[in-house]
Design a protein around this ligand. Sequence first.
Ligand code: SF4
Ligand code: SF4
Length: 436
Amino acid sequence: MVKQIVFTLAMVLAFGILAWSFSKIFALFKLTKSFPVKDIGKRIWIMLKVAIWQSKIFRRPVLGFMHALVFWGFCVILIGSLDMMIDGVSGLDKSLSFLGIVYTCIMAFGDVFAWLVLISVMVFLFRRVFLDVKRFSGVEMKHNSHIDANIALTLILLLMVSLILMNANYLNLNPNANAVYPISRYIADLISPLSYHRFYYEFSWWSHILLVFVFMNILPYSKHFHVFMSVPNVFLSRLDPLGKLPNMDNVTREVKIMMDPNLAYATPAASDAPPERFGVKDAEDVTWKTYLDSLACTECGRCTASCPANITGKLLSPRKVMMNLRARMKEKGPSLVKDKSFNDNRSLIRDYVSTEELWACTTCNACATECPININHPILIMDMRRYLVMEESSAPSGLNMIFTNIQNNGAPWQFSPEDRMVWAKNLTIKKVIDGH
Ligand code: SF4
Ligand code: SF4
């Protein structure tokens, strides 16, 4: 009974802190702009393919497969954690065992995955600590980013060790359950000379579940927040072709009317109210989906590693842009929640992302194609450029000339439309009829 009370208090405390952390984060979503969600069927398919099957991660077969194993392992082991929580509150042992063969399979898979996750995480840690992997470096990858990643990986490692020891010690207490933990039973044999099986089992049980509580409360403050955020982020993926850049309806209408004034009657304005902002200047100007992108970013660097601007030595790093948005929202968001007019005279553009970075983007979409969780960087970059052009008129001089030409001549060149055919003035065009 004492165990039940202590466990229930620990669980309520853990979930209470987690709920508080989520409420703080979700309050920031209220500051952002809307993002319509349609085509649920299509989204479910993308989520199954990209998030659950981890299709994009297999572009690097070995490490990709190991990452996929960690993800699938987490999904299976999560059911085991649920079982432990029910046990802890109810005082029962293996509460979900009424599921029969299904339960036995889940526990067996959980045991196998625990070992696979343990090996994979050891490889990941080794690469991070001992190898100089270019993808893990960059101006945005501060010392804290590496510490954060290493702490999370170490915690996962400890979670797996405690789970394996718990399984092994359970077998020592219940020798007939061998079939449930097909790999850990070999560890059980190794530690069987030790006495105090009940103590060892209880110790590993508590170690594992308390680590689960600690880990889930660290996640919202870590790059490993993607454990929670990546699946919903993939579900909310952009469905349009990547090359199709979203336009502002009001601006598109104005341009069309400029080309053909008759359209003014044919295409009524969606709203008479002028847009609050053209593009994105600061964190609160993004849509909630773009903010979700920044929270879901795993800092894996696959986007930056494939960015032609970055590869050719430009300042731009798409990973940095996402990390900057997250950092800026963290800096400004809480004050903005309290006071809608809060202004610290700083902004995402310039204080975090320089104009040089923004204009280095070729909009090739390599970053969005490579991102394993379908984050869309070019949309944010284009929106920040849109702000620079439409609110500050501060495009690079070469572009300003093009804009002026389009406005005056209807074409990017500095020639009058009347002169468009001058080049053909003295040309003699031979008429060819039936081969004569
Ligand atoms: S779209 Fe821009 S940021 Fe993305 S890879 Fe291409 S150049 Fe880099
Ligand atoms: S944006 Fe995507 S590819 Fe880039 S670091 Fe984040 S998760 Fe990785």
